[in-house]
Design a protein around this ligand. Structure first.
Ligand code: HEC
Ligand code: HEC
Ligand code: HEC
Ligand code: HEC
Ligand code: HEC
Ligand code: HEC
Ligand code: HEC
Length: 485
């Protein structure tokens, strides 16, 4: 009997005790999280402008892990009034002050001990966030809705603000139009092509973890969310097929050209054979407008095609002669090595680029993006399609070997200050007058040049003292047949 009462009492006591414990525990954790919340709020309000957690130095040093390095008592004093502590000669405080370029931290005399401790707790308990995975496939390349594409375009143009800050619009670096000076950042269209190509970039990975120092610097202000990257992917996949406004792939002009060709043919057929339309002036208007449109397009295209002086097209890779022949002093002949013995100077193959770019993987200006194209070409076996700049007419014969090897003329005489050009351009107009003028004025190096031993008569005349030098003209440099087939 006694036994049972005792047992009951014991059991009751156990229940009450465990209930009490639970309540206590809940209360403890609740106050703990409240303290945590308070610490977080205080940190965000007072400290975040100068200190990042887990993001490196801002105005003040990185604070992640600081609670393991310093005594709590010291931390409280330092945070309350660091200047006082430094002035008092505290060696650690002085050291920290000096290590941070003697930038003083403001005092927080308004905060209580409990508040400062809650901040320190928050810093001590802070852990880097796990990477949040976005629910949709951010590296997907098609199947975006019209709305998603439009939202991506707006974001790219800075019309929709980013959730985690970053105010520079993407298109201020990633141009959506052509520029006439070199823009080292990849164009929006370039990005789109790289994104869509099979082993091109993975947009989610590269936007969350920049691929080079250049990109890291340029992208520092952003921390794009998965959802934002998803919309960028939508926009890029769209422009890879359609071009941007100014990088149109299928030109409107071509459509116009074809449309008028069809209209004009129909008008002619009706005018001569079918005679369905009563009013002749309709045919005439169509023909007149059609001819005008075709003529206009032909003129513009011809100007682009004739590769005139100063012609400087955008090349598929931002290859800069200023970087290679200028800054890095690479000899022209390293790349254009056939110039000495061949008619043409030649454009180097991808293998020549790889000689160096198997080792040089990033550029100071362009980061990885442009040099990646060399590696992509090597992988796919698709040669880089350089756009030819100099292009003389078929009926003219010009040989580099004759000029640079026999004639000993510097490349720069004809091609201008190549070592200063970021974008290669045609320097001379390549007209007949240009060739002739030089042939009239330029003396050939006659004496010690085997090439001219055939000109016995001239040699004898020089020996006899008739002339002391010979121009290109005198060796037949103005003969029509020398330059024309
Ligand atoms: C105006 C900018 C600024 C603000 C705001 C600021 N700090 Fe600082 N903090 C600094 C600078 C600069 C230093 C470098 C050392 C110095 O000032 O002597 C520093 C140093 C520190 C250090 C010492 C680091 C070490 O290596 O020991 C701690 C701890 C610290 N800050 C905590 C805080 C806390 C907590 C807050 C918010 C209550 C805060 N800081 C607000 C600029 C700031
Ligand atoms: C590292 C390799 C390299 C070096 C060095 C180099 N080039 Fe080039 N060059 C190229 C490539 C690639 C192209 C095609 C892309 C372009 O036009 O920019 C080119 C194009 C050219 C063109 C225009 C070709 C055309 O399409 O009509 C000329 C002219 C030229 N180079 C001259 C020079 C001269 C002069 C030097 C020395 C001062 C030189 N290059 C040094 C690689 C090189
Ligand atoms: C006397 C003038 C002259 C000199 C000197 C000269 N070039 Fe040219 N270069 C031309 C002309 C003209 C063309 C256009 C040839 C054509 O379209 O058939 C040309 C074309 C080129 C091209 C385009 C590709 C090709 O082979 O047609 C390259 C590259 C080039 N030159 C590089 C050089 C380099 C490198 C040197 C120096 C080693 C050099 N040139 C020296 C006049 C010159
Ligand atoms: C003889 C070595 C050599 C060859 C050959 C060479 N490069 Fe380079 N290239 C360099 C060096 C060095 C740099 C500068 C790297 C830096 O900025 O630190 C460079 C930089 C570049 C850059 C980045 C420029 C910048 O500042 O961001 C591009 C793009 C590039 N090269 C393309 C090419 C292409 C295309 C070819 C082949 C036609 C080629 N290179 C051939 C040595 C070479
Ligand atoms: C201040 C200039 C700048 C701004 C603004 C900028 N970028 Fe970039 N971005 C760069 C540069 C430079 C690179 C290439 C660096 C490299 O490849 O090493 C790059 C690379 C990229 C790449 C390709 C990465 C790869 O792996 O090849 C993507 C995608 C990209 N940017 C998207 C964006 C988006 C989206 C925005 C707007 C939120 C943006 N960029 C804003 C300069 C900028
Ligand atoms: C900067 C001066 C210069 C320019 C510009 C120039 N040449 Fe020449 N050319 C020479 C010299 C010097 C020689 C003599 C070297 C030789 O024949 O070996 C020469 C020789 C020739 C020869 C061989 C003549 C012979 O008698 O064997 C031909 C052909 C020729 N040039 C064509 C052209 C054409 C075509 C152009 C214009 C597209 C041109 N040259 C522009 C300087 C020039
Ligand atoms: C030093 C080289 C050279 C010599 C010599 C030369 N020509 Fe030319 N000729 C050229 C070049 C280069 C062109 C192409 C110019 C152009 O495309 O604008 C040309 C173009 C022409 C054209 C076509 C013009 C056009 O607008 O397409 C004719 C016709 C012509 N030459 C006739 C002659 C006759 C006739 C002679 C002899 C008296 C002669 N050439 C000697 C280099 C030469």
């Amino acid at each position: 009997m006694i036994q049972t009462t005792l047992n009951q009492g014991y059991r009751q006591a156990k229940v009450t005790l465990s209930a009490l414990l639970t309540i206590l525990l809940i209360a403890f954790f609740a106050s703990e999280t409240r303290a945590q919340d308070q610490g977080k709020q205080l940190f965000e309000k007072n400290c975040q402008v100068c200190h990042k957690l887990g993001g490196g130095k801002l105005v003040g040093p990185e604070l992640m892990g600081i609670t393991q390095l310093r005594e709590r008592e010291w931390l409280v004093k330092f945070i309350r009034n660091s200047k006082e502590l430094i002035d008092s000669g505290d060696p650690l405080a002085v050291k920290v002050f000096e290590e941070n370029n003697k930038i003083p931290m403001q005092a927080f005399t308004n905060l209580s001990d409990a508040e400062i401790n809650s901040i320190i707790d928050y810093i001590g308990n802070w852990k880097p966030e796990e990477k949040v995975e976005f629910a949709v496939d951010v590296n997907k390349k098609d199947g975006f809705t019209e709305k998603e594409i439009l939202r991506g375009e707006r974001m790219f143009h800075g019309l929709i603000p980013f959730e985690n800050g970053g105010t520079t619009a993407c298109f201020s670096c990633h141009y959506t139009q052509n520029s006439d000076t070199i823009n080292w950042n990849p164009s929006a269209y370039d990005l789109a092509v790289a994104f869509m190509e099979e082993d091109g970039m993975k947009i989610y990975e590269s936007l969350s973890e920049p691929t080079s120092e250049v990109m890291e610097k340029a992208h520092r202000e952003y921390k794009l969310t998965g959802e934002e990257i998803y919309h960028m992917a939508a926009y890029l996949s769209h422009i890879s097929g359609h071009g941007t406004e100014q990088f149109k792939i299928f030109p409107k002009k071509l459509m116009l050209f074809i449309l008028f060709a069809i209209l004009m043919t129909l008008a002619l057929i009706d005018l001569i054979f079918t005679k369905k339309l009563k009013y002749r002036f309709i045919h005439l208007i169509i023909l007149a407008v059609g001819v005008a449109v075709h003529f206009n397009i032909a003129m513009v295209e011809a100007q682009n095609l004739s590769r005139t002086k100063d012609y400087a097209p955008d090349q598929p890779i931002k290859f800069s002669h200023a970087v290679h022949a200028g800054e890095n002093q690479i000899d022209c002949r390293y790349c254009h090595h056939i110039a000495d013995f061949s008619k043409s100077a030649g454009i180097p193959s991808n293998d020549v680029c790889l000689n160096c770019h198997n080792v040089v993987l990033t550029g100071t200006n362009s980061g990885k993006f442009e040099i990646n194209k060399i590696h992509r070409a090597a992988k796919t076996g698709k040669p880089v399609e350089w756009i030819r700049i100099h292009n003389m007419q078929e009926h003219v014969f010009f040989s580099h070997a004759q000029h640079v090897n026999a004639g000993k003329i510097d490349c720069e005489t004809c091609h201008g200050p190549v070592a200063e050009m970021d974008i290669m351009k045609q320097f001379s107009d390549l007209s007949m007058g240009w060739c002739i003028d030089c042939h009239r004025d330029t003396k050939v190096n006659f004496k010690d040049n085997q090439y001219y031993s055939t000109y016995m008569k001239l040699h004898e005349e020089i020996k006899a003292g008739k002339f002391d030098s010979v121009t290109v003209e005198q060796i037949g440099g103005l003969d029509c047949m020398k330059c024309h087939y």
